[in-house]
Design a protein around this ligand. Structure first.
Ligand code: PEP
Length: 253
């Protein structure tokens, strides 16, 4: 049985006051579900991580970073390592979010180093994969996702795979209001699980959580979660509204 997992990606939003207030509202509204029947995490901007981690310390809601750098320390101006994030209470970190792939220009090779560094530094990476609209229209979804999963997890042992969560986020659905239908999400998740099965064996593939992301809202969360291979949701815009995020957590129970 895979425990449902709902993560909120706050992207480059909130401020020092709003981040703590949002965290507190989510914590007080999800006392009965978070940590028991659903894993819940929020990923604030780097500068608010510590304050949010403190605000959530008495709750079972985990904190995640939106990115990391792969080197452990040294002359890498502006970068943040896994061990620094762990030090301030981070549990998860996104790797290869579509905005980092397509806006910042991260490659599969760089993302692979980040996944490996996250695990070595004691974090649980959430590897984000997903196709562009043009790739879907050209029937290349499976090909793109195969490349991103295989390269993103390159050289990762089966033992380390259990630290990983995969997030399938079709790029055309992120922040656009367009959502994959539950069937489209299920097809992609089933494909990814079978791919993981080929890479690591069926038993391990059955244990890995695969989240869906892309314009998840309170009114579509339950339908997406009803799919057999949709184990959770990575939520962007709707995670900035406490009531919406809480409703999405409820839909995952
Ligand atoms: C995301 O940031 O990963 C995301 C899925 O955003 P949104 O829910 O706003 O589409």
């Amino acid at each position: 049985m895979r425990k449902p997992f709902v993560a909120g990606n706050w992207k480059m939003n909130t401020d020092s006051y709003a981040s703590v207030e949002l965290a507190e509202r989510i914590a007080s509204g999800s006392v009965e579900t978070a940590g028991q029947s659903v894993t819940v995490a929020v990923c604030p901007p780097f500068v608010y991580l510590q304050a949010v981690a403190r605000a959530l310390s008495a709750s079972s809601i985990a904190v995640g970073a939106q990115d990391i750098y792969f080197e452990p320390k040294g002359a890498f101006t502006g970068e943040i390592s896994a061990s620094m994030l762990k030090d301030i209470g981070c549990v998860y970190c996104l790797c290869g979010h579509s905005e980092r792939r397509h806006v910042i220009g991260e490659t599969d090779e760089l993302i692979n180093k980040k996944v490996a560094a996250a695990i070595s530094g004691g974090l649980l990476p959430i590897l984000c994969v997903g196709e562009l609209l043009a790739e879907r229209e050209a029937s290349q979804t499976n090909q793109v996702v195969t490349r991103q999963v295989k390269k993103g997890l390159a050289d990762l042992s089966a033992e380390k795979l259990s630290a990983v969560t995969i997030a399938y986020e079709p790029v055309w659905a992120i922040g656009t209001g367009l959502t994959a239908t539950p069937q489209q999400a299920q097809e992609a998740h089933d494909f990814i699980r079978k791919l993981l099965g080929q890479m690591y064996g069926g038993q391990l593939a059955e244990e890995i959580r695969i989240l869906y992301g892309g314009s998840v809202k309170p009114d579509n969360a339950a339908d997406l979660m009803s799919q057999q291979d949709v184990d959770g949701l990575l939520v962007g815009g709707a995670s900035l509204k406490a009531d919406d995020f809480l409703a999405i957590i409820q839909a995952a129970v």
